[in-house]
Design a protein around this ligand. Structure first.
Ligand SMILES: Cc1ncc(COP(=O)(O)O)c(C=O)c1O
Length: 477
């Protein structure tokens, strides 16, 4: 064995305690550290010939890089839809690396059984019956990708083509429709060979991101010969709008179409009596995408994909080799997921669900929504900012009281980031450059909303002159 490797292995307890020390320092300061960091391109050094041993690497990393890491797991990171990691999830995640299971098969470990148990817990949360087969993926994009690959297989079969065997033959008859599809849907369509442009947009209701049901029914009525794949939203990323899943379910008994629901974060609304209504009825969906690394607050990367069509999932993803199990007999994950080898990424979810139960996770969802509502109220009462949509759950979509360019929003948000109290990401909503504040972190409390609100206003006041006079040259002072 290489001598550095040998000595590191002998020193493992010491190394783990040094690593733990670094983690402890982060967790100790997590409530206060700046949520976002701007990092210039860093120097790319030459690869070490001999290596330096892990103690030196830890020291080097701590001195040079640790302070530049975003505190995106902290309470005032409102960008994208970013969850943190509950203490139980962190514990579970550390053990994932420690045990380093290849959670693809089932003949050598309990890991796959615990993954199935985790899926079962999650099915209970989302109100999915036992006909829903579930598996973990790396994120909502891949969960959407898997769900739509099954939809593609189903559509091919309606056209008499087994796409998993014969590839994309004449698929021009497949119709893919959605109201306000997330970017990951277009990416998935590209990866699936269906093409980004294959999606037909069905109009949304006025001032909403939810699909217009009359327009949807009209489409279904006029395309009886086509296999139609409807991608419904269980929470849009700008305004947390939901397609009317119950009404869509009723259409399902009249028309034969595939229903895929992208409930990447909105799925967890199912935990709350107050917020669950729009996600109710999701059980009828043919495929469902829900993220774990967003509102379940487990570390990246983890999401779930559910489907009522396990047989199609097997057709698309089955693996065949002399050394693997027989796909027709086995439930091994490598017959159902894009990966062959796969990380035990369900364990942090298992830990946090076991540790805090439905009640603990419901409290996070409801507290996040209360925080979003409280920011929404402040914006409503402000003469500087204005809300662009009602605050339905955990995301606030807002802009300035006067017209502003996307570039100015970006410059303003960079100044907010550099101020160090809060982090937001820009967006465009119905053509208007805007700001999104997404609340999905277990640590976020009302006081964080106060801090973030003060920061937004103070950063603006500090830069008011350049901002008001020359929006596009708004710069950090
Ligand atoms: C509705 C929706 N779908 C899909 C995604 C993609 O998620 P991921 O980044 O986990 O791939 C997101 C991310 O915000 C989302 O909000």
């Amino acid at each position: 064995m290489n001598s550095l490797l040998h000595s590191d292995y002998k020193n493992l307890p010491k190394i783990l305690s040094q690593t733990r020390q670094l983690a402890k320092e982060y967790f100790k300061n997590q409530l206060e550290l700046a949520p976002g960091r701007f990092v210039e391109d860093i120097e790319i050094p030459m690869m070490h010939e001999k290596g330096m041993g892990v103690e030196n690497v830890l020291k080097f990393f701590r001195e040079n890089y640790a302070h530049l890491i975003a505190n995106s797991a902290g309470p005032r990171y409102f960008g994208f839809v970013t969850g943190g990691s509950t203490p139980a999830a962190v514990a579970g995640d550390w053990l994932v690396s420690t045990y380093d299971q290849n959670n693809c098969g089932s003949n050598d470990s309990i890991a796959p059984q615990l993954e199935r148990q985790t899926i079962n817990f999650l099915r209970q949360i989302f109100g999915l019956d036992e006909n829903h087969f579930g598996s973990f993926t790396t994120g909502a994009t891949i969960s959407n990708f898997v769900g739509l690959s099954l939809a593609r297989q189903w559509a091919g079969e309606r056209l008499g083509v087994d796409i998993s065997e014969h590839g994309l033959a004449d698929i021009s008859k497949i119709k893919i429709i959605s109201g306000t599809a997330h970017a990951s849907i277009f990416k998935s369509l590209s990866m699936l060979g269906l093409g980004r442009k294959s999606l037909t947009k069905i109009p949304a209701l006025p001032d909403r991101e939810a699909i217009d049901l009359n327009a949807l029914e009209n489409f279904l009525k006029t395309h009886p010969e086509h296999p139609v794949i409807l991608i419904a939203n269980g929470g849009t990323v700008n305004t947390v709008d939901f397609d009317d899943i119950q009404a869509i379910s009723r259409l399902k008994s009249k028309y034969n179409f595939w229903l895929h629901v992208d409930a990447a974060f909105g799925g967890f609304a199912a935990l709350s009596e107050k917020f669950k209504h729009p996600i109710e009825g999701i059980n009828v969906a043919d495929s469902i995408c829900i993220d774990a690394h967003k509102w379940l607050n487990v570390p990246y990367d983890a999401a779930m994909q559910f489907t009522r069509h396990k047989n199609l999932q097997l057709k698309v993803f089955q693996n065949s080799a002399a050394y693997l199990t027989d796909a027709s007999q086995s439930h091994d994950f490598f017959h159902y997921t894009p990966e062959n080898s796969r990380r035990w990424r369900s364990l942090p979810a298992w830990f946090t669900l076991m540790a805090y139960g439905k009640e603990g996770h419901r409290e996070i969802v409801e507290r996040n929504c209360e925080c979003a509502a409280s920011l929404g109220e402040k914006i409503k009462n402000s003469s500087t900012f204005k809300l662009l949509a009602p605050v339905r759950m955990n995301i606030v979509c807002f802009t300035f009281d006067e017209a502003i360019s996307s570039e100015s929003i970006r410059v303003f948000l960079n100044a907010v980031r550099d101020d160090g109290r809060a982090f937001f990401t820009p967006t465009v909503y119905q053509g208007i450059p805007a700001i999104r504040a997404a609340f999905s972190n277990w640590l976020t409390e009302k006081k964080d909303v106060e801090i973030a609100w003060t920061a937004l206003n103070e950063v603006l006041a500090k830069n008011e002159f350049s901002f008001r006079n020359k929006l596009s040259t708004f710069t950090k002072q």
